[in-house]
Every structure is written in structure tokens, then in C-alpha cells.
Design a protein around this ligand. Structure first.
Ligand SMILES: [Zn+2]
Length: 387
């Protein structure tokens, strides 16, 4: 196995290098990795038919499936990347690992490093949701909170990796071994659909390694599938370039969205976004942005119609469905896979503001009154949102 530049094709020994030394391009692994991942039960997540969500989409006649990545050990798909990259880092004999994260990759790194007995430094934006911050600190990692957007954390992690000789497990396109760990998402989907390709895969997208993983896995299986990169309207550099017909992605200014997991302005690594855009276009797919209100509605419907508790980023593919349908992208017979990337435990604030059947019982002895209250609540009250 060697590393190969996706832009100029130069190849390199499989060492801890993060960019092509000839052109600065993204590196990918060429051939399957001969180093075992640091396995901790990640992957093989369920693919669930979402028939109750299908019923809310009037005019849709096809299938919606949920690839439930919340089931990974630390509650997000990031475990797949960290498992692969940590296995490689251990094989190389590094002293420690560092990871810049919007929260989930940091939690994955902290958990996996704890289990491996490996020192870990995690760098996150100071405004990272408290559930993710708590999870990272629980595992004993050194946690650095940095004011400002994610790209500032990214820069610091890169400098610290060099300073300490630690492996950089940041889960943009920087670590090719990590990204290779996502190919399995595509191959699992293909196998779980009975060795058949979905028509579309909807992917929450920051810089886009998950787009690459799904694309690679399906390509390896000989499948053609339209990939839909979903971004938040408050941080949508790839969507902006897609809609403008541009070849290059440019950095976003200041992100403003409840979807912390895809709140990545790509400042200084715009090429990651450009590569993702290229893969989306090659697949015949598209990039589209969803509002925070659409994210809240999607979270509510996922939780109340399908029993799946997702953070805002994890619900973004569901938020994209009504627009895709309205714009004619989901013809009859479409088989759509939505990647539900992260657990609601990590960032459940939006749920606290939703209408709910929650009541304070003043007198538990008055069973009749409580029973009347429950009857009234059950009586035709549907708290799901009409898309
Ligand atoms: Zn190159």
C-alpha cells in the first residue's frame, strides 16, 4: 500500500505525511491497508427503512433508508476514521495523537486513545456543544478550547502535531488512513440493500471525507449512485460553489448554524471542499443547503416517527428531502439512503425547545386527573411536523 496524490498522482511511502510534497494536494491510500485498525466495535451499523417518514413526503413513491451511524461506540461515524488512523499511528510507534474537531471526532479520538493507553490532545472551538465537550473530557484527553470558528482549531492541531511528533487524527482530508476507514460505509450500504445500489445517498458535509468514503465504497462495488452533499445554510461553501457552477470552493466567512458537526468554513484547506465538489459532480449528484428551521423539523420527525435520536447535523439529510422532492430530484422508484451521522445525546438542545407531552404532576394520588390529562394528550395530538 502506498499514498497517492488525488491531484498530480505522485506516490509516497505510507508514512505520517498529510499533503503531497509536489503539489500540496490531498493524499489517498492506494490499495487496501495492511495495518489493522484499532477495533472497538465500530461499523456494521443498521440500515433502517423509514416508512413513516416516507408517508410525510406527499408525492413521493420510493424508499427512504436510514444508515444509523449513531450506533458507533462514541455515537458518531467518526469512530470509523479514528479506528483506522489510530491503528496506523500505533503501528508507526507515535507517542501520542492530536485531533482538531467540532466535537465528534474529538470524542472518538478521546475514547479510542483512552482504550489504547495513548496520550491525546483534542482541539475544539470554545462554543462546541456541552455534550461533546463533556464526552471528550470524560475520557481524560487534554482538551483545548479555542475561540472562533473550526479552522482556527485545525491550524493549532496541525502545529501541535509537528511540535510533539504526534499523529494528526483530524478528520478532514488531512489523514489519508482515516479517510480510507470510511470506504466501508459505501460497501455496507451496497451489501445491506441486497447487493444493489441506492439511487441517492444524502451525506452531511463539512469538508467531505464521508462523501469520498461513500463514493469509493460504492465505486468498488461497481455501483453508480447520485451523492447529495448536505450543508447548513449558515455554512455552505460547497453548496455555494455548486450553485454558481464554479470549479473551486472558496472559504466561508463566519458560520452561523445549530449544526456544529458540519460548521466548517474550510479556511486554509479550501482544496478539501473542491475535491468533494468534484466527487459530487462526478456522481451526477448535487449539493444543497438546509435552514436551521428545517433541521429542527427533521430532528423532530426522526425522533417521533422513526425513534432515532440525532443531533442537528445527523438529521440534515432528512431536512433535505422535501427540497429534493420539490425540485424533481426524487422520481418514482428512488431508493434514498440518509446518513444519520451523530447521536442526539451529543447535542440535544434543540429538542428542549420543541412542543412536547411533558407535564408536572402536582398530586400523584389523583390518578383520575392524571389519566384524564394523558387521554387528552393522546387524543389526536400529533407532535410531528408536516414537511
Ligand atoms: Zn500532488
Amino acid at each position: 500500500m502506498r499514498l497517492r496524490c488525488v491531484e498530480c498522482g505522485a506516490t509516497f511511502e505510507p508514512l505520517l505525511i498529510y499533503r503531497c510534497s509536489a503539489c500540496g494536494g490531498i493524499l489517498e491510500t492506494d490499495g487496501s491497508d495492511d495495518v489493522a485498525p484499532f477495533a472497538f466495535g465500530e461499523g456494521r451499523t443498521p440500515l433502517l427503512r423509514a416508512s413513516r417518514i416516507e408517508a410525510t413526503l406527499s408525492g413521493f413513491s420510493g424508499e427512504i433508508w436510514l444508515k444509523d451511524e449513531t450506533r458507533n461506540p462514541s455515537g458518531s461515524f467518526k469512530d470509523r476514521l479514528i479506528s483506522a488512523a489510530l491503528g496506523r499511528a500505533i503501528a508507526m510507534g507515535v507517542r501520542g495523537v492530536v485531533c482538531a474537531s467540532s466535537g465528534n471526532a474529538g470524542a472518538a479520538t478521546a475514547a479510542y486513545a483512552a482504550r489504547a493507553g495513548m496520550p491525546a490532545i483534542i482541539v475544539v472551538p470554545a462554543h462546541t456543544p456541552i455534550g461533546k465537550v463533556t464526552q471528550i473530557s470524560a475520557h481524560g484527553a487534554i482538551l483545548l478550547l479555542v475561540e472562533g470558528h473550526y479552522s482556527r482549531s485545525y491550524d493549532l492541531a496541525r502545529a501541535l502535531a509537528e511540535e510533539h511528533g504526534f499523529a494528526n487524527l483530524t478528520t478532514t482530508f488531512i489523514n489519508p488512513y482515516a479517510v480510507a476507514g470510511l470506504t466501508q460505509v459505501g460497501t455496507e450500504i451496497f451489501a445491506q440493500l441486497g447487493n444493489a445500489a441506492p439511487s441517492h445517498v444524502l451525506i452531511p458535509t463539512g469538508s467531505g471525507p464521508l462523501v469520498k468514503g461513500v463514493w469509493q465504497g460504492l465505486a468498488d462495488a461497481g455501483a453508480t449512485t447520485r451523492l447529495v452533499a448536505v450543508q447548513a445554510a449558515g455554512c455552505a461553501p460547497i453548496v455555494r460553489a455548486f450553485e454558481a457552477g464554479a470549479a473551486q470552493v472558496t472559504a466561508w466567512g463566519m458560520p452561523d448554524t445549530i449544526a456544529s458537526g458540519i460548521s466548517d468554513p474550510l479556511i486554509g484547506y479550501e482544496r478539501d471542499g473542491t475535491y468533494t465538489l468534484r466527487l459530487v459532480r462526478e456522481s451526477g449528484g448535487l449539493a444543497l443547503a438546509v435552514s436551521d428551521d428545517a433541521l429542527r423539523a427533521a430532528m423532530q420527525n426522526l425522533a417521533r416517527l422513526e425513534g432515532v435520536y440525532a443531533e442537528p447535523t445527523g438529521a440534515s439529510p432528512i431536512a433535505a428531502l422535501p427540497r429534493l422532492l420539490a425540485d424533481g430530484h426524487l422520481p418514482a422508484g428512488s431508493r434514498v439512503v440518509c446518513l444519520i451521522t451523530g447521536h442526539g445525546f451529543k447535542d440535544g438542545r434543540a429538542y428542549q425547545e420543541m412542543p412536547a407531552h411533558t407535564h408536572r404532576v402536582e398530586d400523584p394520588g389523583d390518578t383520575a386527573a392524571v389519566a384524564r390529562l394523558c387521554e387528552a394528550a393522546m387524543d389526536g395530538q400529533n407532535l410531528t411536523v408536516r414537511f
